[in-house]
Write a protein that binds this ligand. Sequence first.
Ligand code: MRU
Length: 371
Amino acid sequence: MNVNGKHYRTIWVDQEDPESIEIIDQRLLPHRFETVKLQTVEQAHKAIRDMLVRGAGLIGATAGYGMYLASLSAGSKAIHNDLREAGSFLKSARPTARNLAWAVDRILAKVGHLDSSTEIRKTALTAANLIADEDAQFCRQIGEHGRSLIEAISSKKAHKRVNILTHCNAGWLAFVDYGSATAPIYAARDAGIDLHVWVDETRPWNQGAKLTCWELQQEGISHTLITDNAGGHLMQHGEVDMVIVGSDRTTYTGDVANKIGTYLKALAAKDNQVPFYVALPSSTFDWSLDRGAAIPIEMRSGDEITSITGQTKSGTIETIRIAPESVVAANYGFDVTPARLVSALITERGIVKADKTAIRKMFPEKNSDKL
Ligand code: MRU
């Protein structure tokens, strides 16, 4: 998507030095746009853990390139062992997003039968590039499918403008390009549909205020920042036509883990007959889990709740404390919205009911004994 009119992806191989991977340091947005080079698996792990990169799709793509970086430094004799260790290390960076383990396992499977370290490195890079390209392509397809839902609402409205509420950032910054929840918005905009987005600020990390607003601003999409608690009120007053959120992990039965607070939006949407859609690429499905309660929920530092980070008038980025010094804070990163509250899932293959049978029909090759 665009940054000051120039197209960027969120991760790419440095053209001048193919042993370096470039990312955008998302901790500095929207105040500064700075890129960072990753040259080791340790740096890739740190970038995921410390949230220079975040969002399910981008975490997966970074893990893919992290495995490629690991292959560059792995000893040629024990390369398979080194790669397995690098994979476990990367997987430990964050627990909830399914795409992380999915990407690591995909690279391991691709190189598993190879002997020559040169071949392994080449194959790891090709596979990492494919993960990134597919992520962008799948998000573009999610956009096309999701657009039809927005179009349908617009055609029924006297004033045509469609008000969409989103939570957190499931935009292009959370993926390689386009985003999941935002892809239908961009596709609808391109089709000339009048729309407006309510952006939940998404405490404590404020991905909505910092990232989604910045993205939508760069793309010229009309939007309004709201507090996390405002959505229910807006729905009661007919100001929300639909909700579209992303997902960090979705079970094959349709339960959806997404940024903390998503469940409350789904409850409010149900109570107000507002359709609640979840946009996700198939890499976010967990084909081994049959219930949301089994999804690991990340606990992050309480400092993210007791403090807040932003830019001062003089231009420095600072963190200030907002809660009493000794307060105990529990920082749950995600929650699970049960399938019964989800109107439908928007995937790269189309729109599917959030239930086991429908999901199985759409992804028949993923069937396992458990399905
Ligand atoms: O903690 P984050 O920023 O990595 O969380 C991810 C998110 O932004 C959301 O949960 C998002 O809606 C789904 S990720 C595509």
